[in-house]
Design a protein around this ligand. Structure first.
Ligand code: SF4
Length: 375
């Protein structure tokens, strides 16, 4: 059977940034790069390394719209191909570098790679129901509100079936007076529905130490403002970030700030010293002491004990606590994106922490074991 659409697929591509939250990968979100890299780049534990420390750039609305058009063209071609072949499962066999370029993935040149990643992203998104889109990179809210609105409206017009559009947002930007509640409400009304905010910690001393560029008060203000505007809010915290020196204050103040915000999701991302960051260097020089697996669990227990929210608590990242059983590893907490419903399942999480503390510490994957891994 001749499939000219397969050849045409090679004509379209769009820009995809390096990261998105795991839950957006799970939902197979369509990835639309609204800006490039991180406008802050200075958090000691991250340092913008997920974006290779590259300079932050706004993209023009026209450029982003062209990417949305390319995604649309790819989606239409894939639908034709799937129809000809008898379904997406059959089409899946053709979304392969060998079928498209007659070469292996590692042999693709830059343009082919960009095209292949675009086609794969659209294909996975279509196959999973085409319901959600994620605006990349680190802080789309920093865009001028009229520009971001235009992007969201165009995205919704192009893909009317989208039920969820999400983005990372820096608390500092959300808290600023210049980003008014009315503007946030407009963005929400246009279709931006969920924000992912890196809280990391609610402790002011630790926020300052890691150079997060935001205070706990601003975190609370930002989170409440996002909720009031109607966003579904995910707040990420980082067990272990305070090391041994600040563990208790990190746990207690993180719970305090989260209680004041009452986000829809609290997501846990264990602290792992990342390559090329200042905190890795401090650890190597002995100026920062990592928590042991049991110390980290006690910290999680302390935070959860004080947590009084009506959202969901999730451990949806593979770096969260896992221990060895036979020749494989088992996660202590479930990994799904909806996690544990609070307050109902708070006792269950505390019970898991207790259970985790009964498991021999030597069986756990230590933070040190993850340092060399690309996360
Ligand atoms: S944690 Fe977020 S704000 Fe901080 S440097 Fe990394 S990407 Fe930027």
């Amino acid at each position: 059977m001749s499939i000219p659409e397969l050849e045409k697929l090679k004509e379209y591509s769009f820009e995809i940034g390096p990261i998105r939250p795991p839950s957006e990968g799970g939902s197979r979100s369509l990835l639309i790069r609204a800006t490039r890299n991180c406008p802050w780049n200075l958090c000691k534990f991250c340092y913008g390394t997920p974006y290779n420390r590259e300079r932050f750039q706004l993209r023009s609305v026209e450029e982003v719209k062209r990417d949305i058009d390319a995604a649309k063209a790819i989606s239409e071609l894939i639908e034709v191909i799937a129809k000809k072949l008898g379904g997406m499962d059959w089409a899946a066999r053709l979304i392969d570098p060998y079928f498209l370029y007659n070469k292996g993935f590692m042999e693709l040149d830059q343009n082919e790679l960009r095209n292949f990643q675009s086609v794969t992203n659209v294909f996975n998104w279509l196959r999973s129901g085409a319901r959600s889109a994620f605006l990349q990179d680190a802080n789309s809210l920093i865009m001028r509100t009229p520009d971001l609105l235009e992007v969201i409206i165009y995205l919704k017009q192009t893909f009317p079936g989208l039920q969820r559009i999400t983005s990372y947002a820096r608390a500092k930007t959300l808290a600023q007076k210049t980003k008014t509640l009315e503007e946030l409400k407009e963005l929400r009304k246009a279709g931006l529905s969920r924000l992912h905010v890196g809280l990391e910690t609610g402790d002011d001393e630790l926020l300052k130490y890691v150079n997060k560029g935001v205070t706990s008060e601003e975190h609370v203000l930002a989170g409440r403002k996002a909720k009031e505007a109607g966003f579904e809010l995910s707040e990420y915290w980082m067990p272990g970030l305070g090391g041994k020196a600040m563990s208790e204050q990190h746990a207690r103040n993180t719970a305090r700030v989260l209680n004041e915000i009452n986000p829809d999701f609290v997501r846990s991302r264990r602290f792992v010293p990342r390559k090329a960051t200042p905190l890795l260097e401090e650890w190597k020089k002995g100026e920062f002491q990592l928590l042991s697996p049991h110390e980290e669990l006690r910290e999680i227990g302390m935070m959860i004990e004080s947590l009084d929210i009506t959202g969901k608590v999730c451990f949806d990242h593979f770096i969260n606590p896992a221990y060895k059983v036979g020749s494989s590893y088992v996660w202590l907490f479930k990994q799904d994106y909806d996690g544990y419903k609070f307050p109902e399942e708070k006792p269950k999480v505390l019970e898991l922490v207790k259970h985790g503390l009964e498991i021999d510490e030597s069986l756990y994957i230590r933070v040190e074991d993850l340092v060399e891994m690309s996360l």
